[in-house]
Unconditional design. Structure first.
Length: 162
């Protein structure tokens, strides 16, 4: 059911984003205390501003009021850029990040753990490998419930890096 809803939302969102010079990075739907949190990630070659997110949110609210992509469900709409620790929604999105550190959560344990961090070392079809401190570990895209980039840039004074 959620896949069908995301497909419907994508069809409503993409034309609006294109008209604003933006593109869709991904859509997340999560259970929240008051219904569903619907998070739309938008991107452009030049980055995304808070004002652009506000504009998209305003227009999508109007579109969703008419089209009702989540019939009978209460939801909170959030529009955001993917950010420095961007989540990945397709394996194709991973390709430009070869050699960079990513974190992932598996649906089922792989070698005794559901959570992994390492450098993205290979991508072939729907499979990829992470180079950890100890070894290279292969994964299939469908094994993972969440994958995101790990920001490795400078950390502001007084902040810890997790």
């Amino acid at each position: 059911m959620q896949d069908k809803q995301i497909h419907t939302i994508r069809e409503l969102v993409e034309p609006l984003l294109a008209s604003l010079g933006l593109s869709l990075w991904g859509i997340e739907m999560q259970a929240a205390p008051r219904g569903t949190l619907l998070r739309i990630y938008v991107e452009s070659e030049h980055g995304v501003t808070i004002d652009q997110c506000k504009t998209v949110s305003k227009h999508l609210s109007l579109i969703f009021d008419v089209e009702d992509p989540l019939p009978g469900s209460a939801y909170t709409l959030e529009v955001s850029s993917p950010g420095l620790e961007r989540p990945f929604f397709t394996i194709e999105q991973l390709r430009p990040y070869l050699g960079q550190k990513i974190a992932l959560k598996c649906r089922e344990p792989v070698r005794g753990s559901k959570k992994w961090r390492g450098r993205l070392s290979t991508i072939e079809g729907k499979s990829f490998s992470l180079q950890t401190e100890k070894e290279s570990i292969p994964f299939h895209w469908d094994q993972c419930s969440r994958i995101h980039l790990v920001y490795e840039g400078p950390v502001p004074a007084g902040k810890s890096k997790n």
